[in-house]
Design a protein around this ligand. Structure first.
Ligand code: C2E
Ligand code: CA
Ligand code: CA
Length: 636
């Protein structure tokens, strides 16, 4: 080498200073990888600084003296060789790879570091790494080994990153890999052509790394300035890796929609910001996340035994008003859940389930109070998992069954229809109620496939037993809201009917108001398409929610099914009885067919028909029975 070009190093310095400024002016990401990134920056900074110093000294060798110059050159060689080491260590951390548990990786590091130090330390005596004679810098054979170790290090990095790609998004891994490849080329060009672009290329890689990995803007929430949910996943996975105990407090604002509606979204945002700030001011050693629109999460890293005290302080704050940007006092309430990890949840996936489950319990029964996950029966989560497994198994083995519960027509004196009810008998869990497995299947989306199987079985049954030749005019099939929002639901249903040559008049679909209340365009399109085709609809569980008259008028229902609990209540107290009588009168006036569910006694049957109810369904007539038993019942 004759002359180093300082402009590359100056550019590298510029990049590095820029990153330092960003790094220290933005919110610190509380991860070890973030800290190691800083060390990496420092090493690159040192290597570049020493290279600049060495260049200046080389140009004015007589002023600085040969020994001082030689020392700087040695340190610079060492620093530049530490760059790939720190970089690869950093990347392995990003990929959640623990070097201490990887024998091969650990050996590579130790040998690499050892080789670097020995070669460089012995260079003044052996001159095997580099020489500097007559103003000329030469790389000797051991120097090539140094660079070779660097290249091996970077290659190992790429391979480990690609192998651990599950932890990376494709978009994230590509720019990083590209940067590493550039660094390898820069390294080669520095060895062969003495072209000093390595520091500059690495500084550019730092810029990319910062942008994709360490930029706090990508992990924070714009409204509250807190870390976002996505980052919480990364953070907590790291916490589990460290296998130290930590505590989690989840805070959910109650009825925050109401605040947004009443005071406006801007006030809502302002309040969320304040809650976030308040939580951040709680005990040091905690990290605060915004979990969802109105949920926050405090992770306690230290003093997890204080979890009860801190959650009490948080709850206490909600006894006092919060203020919106116009200083209007607003009272809010919050439900709080405390979770001790790993006792209550052994890994991140379990934790998410525990959070969801304990929060749903809290919102249902303990709104505005503190709940400890350890006091909740978390076995429910395990049972839900087992049921999910049972449903999958039943679908795979075609073991789902459909039973039929007859519906009696008072005017005609015959069973004029039946409700199809799904049944599941698991070898391990026994009979499982649809009240249990339907909501689980709705949550995980299995209901879509299950719903198609049920409709298929119903259509097969209608065709096989020639129901059109009996008194049964149609079969009522329950359709879940999750099915209704599928864009192609109507078409799929129609194709199932056609496959079995079933007329649309032979099918009636039961939906609850939840299916239509947030009527998305997909739901409306499905309903319209099916009605055009000739299928009728029932409103199920009328009286259990808050469907009002205008709602019934708006939706094209033919049948209203009165919820069994409403019926039972009316036989327990007279006010409910009066309500039921007038409800039936009103539905009659609207010319709707009325089905009373849960008819269990002679007395109920009599009373309901006196009220003017046309159709009865309940154990008084029959429980849901298998298809062939249902047909036998009809023949009786
Ligand atoms: P649902 O639609 O309200 O169904 C009526 C429920 O009341 C059925 O319970 C039925 O067996 C029960 N029942 C009927 N008459 C009486 C009675 O006289 N006394 C008592 N105590 N109960 C009576 P089941 O079969 O356990 O179903 C529970 C819920 O599961 C259903 O409520 C429905 O929401 C859902 N479900 C059942 N089958 C299906 C299905 O195929 N698809 C979908 N999406 N949901 C279903
Ligand atoms: Ca039903
Ligand atoms: Ca019902």
């Amino acid at each position: 080498m004759t002359y180093w070009n300082l402009s590359f190093d100056a550019t590298a310095m510029f990049f590095l200073l820029l990153i330092f400024i960003w790094y220290f002016s933005e919110k610190r990401i509380p991860l070890r990888s973030h800290r190691v990134f800083l060390y990496f920056l420092a090493v690159v900074f040192l290597a570049t600084g020493l290279e600049i110093t060495a260049t200046i000294m080389a140009r004015n060798l007589s002023d600085f003296g040969y020994n001082a110059f030689y020392f700087v050159l040695t340190m610079q060689t060492l620093a530049i060789n530490l760059v790939p080491m720190t970089l690869s260590y950093y990347l392995l951390l990003l990929a959640h790879i623990n070097i201490s548990k990887h024998k091969v990786l650990r050996a590579v590091y130790i040998i690499g570091l050892f080789a670097d130090f020995i070669i460089i330390a012995l260079n003044p005596f052996l001159h095997w790494a580099f020489t500097f004679e007559n103003d000329k810098y030469h790389i000797a054979y051991a120097g090539i080994i140094l660079y070779f170790v660097d290249i091996v290090m970077l290659c190992i990095c790429i391979v480990t990153m690609i192998r651990a790609r599950v932890n990376f998004l494709f978009l994230r891994i590509m720019p990083l890999t590209f940067n590493i490849i550039c660094s390898i080329f820069a390294c080669i060009s520095q060895i062969i052509f003495y072209y000093p672009i390595l520091n500059c290329t690495i500084a550019a890689a730092c810029l990319t790394l910062y942008h994709y990995q360490q930029n706090s803007g990508t992990v924070t929430d714009a409204v509250t300035g807190l870390f976002n949910r996505k980052f919480m996943g990364e953070y907590i996975q790291n916490k589990y890796l460290s296998s130290k105990a930590f505590g989690i407090i989840v805070i959910a604002l109650d009825d925050f929609k109401f605040v947004n509606k009443t005071y406006g979204v801007e006030s809502g945002d302002h309040l969320l910001y304040q809650v976030g700030q308040f939580l951040e001011r709680q005990k040091a050693g905690s990290t605060v996340f915004r979990l969802g629109s109105d949920q926050f999460c405090v992770v306690l890293n230290k003093n997890t035994e204080n979890i009860a005290m801190i959650s009490e302080q948080i709850k206490e704050r909600f006894y006092h008003p919060w203020y919106d940007e116009n200083e209007v006092p607003i009272m809010m309430s919050a439900s709080v859940c405390c979770i001790n990890c790993p006792n209550d949840a052994a890994n991140y996936r379990e934790l998410i389930e525990v959070i969801d489950y304990s929060m749903s319990i809290t919102k249902k029964t303990r709104k505005g109070r503190i709940t400890f996950a350890s006091n909740i029966d978390l076995d429910k989560i395990k049972r839900d998992k087992a049921i999910e497994h049972a449903v999958r198994l039943a679908i795979a083995k075609d073991e789902l069954m459909v039973y039929y519960q007859p519906i009696f027509s008072v005017t005609k004196g015959v069973y004029n229809s039946a409700e199809a009810l799904v049944r599941l008998n698991d070898p391990a869990l026994g009979w499982i109620s649809p009240e249990e497995f339907i909501p689980i299947s709705e949550k995980n989306g299995l209901i879509v496939e299950m719903g198609e199987i049920i409709l298929d079985k119903v259509c097969h049954f209608i065709h096989e037993f020639k129901l059109s030749e009996t008194s049964v005019e149609y079969i009522e099939v329950n359709i879940s809201p999750v099915q209704m929002i599928q864009p192609n639901f109507a078409e799929r249903a129609i194709s199932i009917l056609e496959k079995h040559h079933v007329c649309p008049e032979q099918i009636n679909m039961e939906i609850t108001e939840t299916a239509t209340v947030n009527s998305s365009s997909a739901v409306n399109r499905n309903i319209q398409r099916l009605i055009d085709y000739g299928i009728t609809f029932s409103l199920d569980d009328y009286g259990s929610g808050n469907a009002n008259i205008s709602y019934i008028n708006k939706m094209p229902f033919k049948i209203i099914k009165i919820d069994k609990y409403l019926i039972w209540d009316s036989f327990k107290n007279s006010t409910a009885g009066i309500t039921l009588e007038y409800t039936i009168g009103m539905l009659n006036a609207l010319k709707l067919h009325i089905v009373a569910e849960g008819v269990e006694t002679e007395e109920m049957k009599k009373q309901l028909s006196d009220f003017g109810c046309h159709y009865m369904q309940g154990w008084y007539y029959s429980k849901a029975v298998p298809g062939n038993e249902f047909v036998a019942l009809l023949e009786d």
